[in-house]
Design a protein around this ligand. Structure first.
Ligand code: C2E
Ligand code: CA
Ligand code: CA
Ligand code: CA
Length: 275
């Protein structure tokens, strides 16, 4: 397990260091990027493995920088968190995703929308009032919203976080533990968290082949079953991985094989196509 965990962390680090741009410059320019219309939200479809239908999307933010081009959230989200700009970026993503999601619901596709939220955002006293405001303005049903929190962050601040998550659950919002299997959470910690879904990290999905059923993946699915949680796998790139996840009894899946993150119009097109 240690090997997988260090591998997952390594992938994360490489993602952050891959861009050789001056971080100070980026931080300055990130201020107001939402206002200048430079932030985009892309949506990656999530499939139900029982029906093979799109039952949700994950909202993933991108920064269309006028000179540099597309900048990955792996690069600018950490900068946004350090500088406090995450409040502005997060408000934009939530507002945009719920507005777009409400549009899908209005035309007959009542799918779930998952939004990534970091602990820095969640512990901001303005977060909950902001979320309630966006839910009211967009008329997007709280029960169709999933908040994704990474496992490593949940573990670090678990006492503070548990209370905030309970408030979210009180609104009817679903809670997913992202990158599950990489954050060293204990079962005792997990039990105290009012979560509704666990998301198998892509490092585990990557290990699945047609010949081997990963004991980690079947273990996580079994844990989810036992705790009555939904289990979703991310990073599905091959048919072998998809079949292995089906065999393991995973509920949902997302990944390049099933659909890359794309704009809202393309998602609507796919929803109509499969209707
Ligand atoms: P994540 O939440 O673990 O998101 C999954 C990442 O894997 C996304 O990268 C996605 O595009 C990518 N991915 C999806 N399918 C596949 C696949 O089949 N294979 C591979 N190799 N990769 C796949 P992305 O969009 O660059 O996002 C990176 C991270 O940035 C996210 O990781 C998430 O932690 C963070 N992030 C994205 N949007 C937001 C946001 O609005 N707020 C916050 N706080 N964080 C965000
Ligand atoms: Ca996520
Ligand atoms: Ca993830
Ligand atoms: Ca990840």
């Amino acid at each position: 397990l240690r090997m997988y965990q260090s591998k997952a962390r390594m992938l994360g680090r490489l993602g952050n260091e891959a861009v050789g741009v001056d971080t100070l410059r980026l931080e300055t320019e990130l201020r107001g990027a939402a206002g200048r219309g430079e932030l985009r939200v892309h949506y990656q479809p999530q499939f139900d493995l029982g029906t093979d239908r799109i039952v949700g999307v994950e909202a993933l933010v991108r920064w269309a920088h006028p000179e540099i081009g597309m900048i990955s959230p792996a690069t600018f989200i950490p900068l946004a968190e350090e500088s406090g700009l995450i409040r502005e970026v997060g408000a934009f993503v939530l507002g945009e995703a719920l507005r777009v999601g409400a549009g899908w619901h209005a035309v007959g596709f009542p799918i779930d929308v998952a939004v990534n939220v970091s602990v820095a955002q969640l512990s901001d006293p303005e977060f909950l009032p902001q979320l309630k405001g966006v839910l009211a303005d967009s008329r997007f049903p709280a029960a169709s919203l999933t908040i994704e929190l990474t496992e490593s962050q949940v573990v670090t601040d678990h006492t503070v976080i548990a209370g905030l998550l309970r408030e979210l659950r009180g609104l009817g919002v679903a809670i997913s533990i992202d990158d599950f299997g990489t954050g060293f959470s204990s079962l005792a910690q997990l039990q105290r968290m009012p979560v509704t879904e666990i998301k198998i990290d892509q490092a585990f999905t990557a290990e699945l082949t047609s010949t081997s059923t990963s004991p980690f993946v079947s273990g996580i699915v079994g844990l989810g079953r036992g705790l009555a949680l939904r289990v979703i796998a991310e990073g599905v790139e091959t048919d072998e991985q998809l079949q292995a996840l089906r065999r393991a009894g995973c509920d949902r899946a997302q990944g390049y094989l099933l659909g890359r993150p794309t704009d809202a119009a393309t998602i609507l097109h796919r929803l109509k196509e499969s209707a």
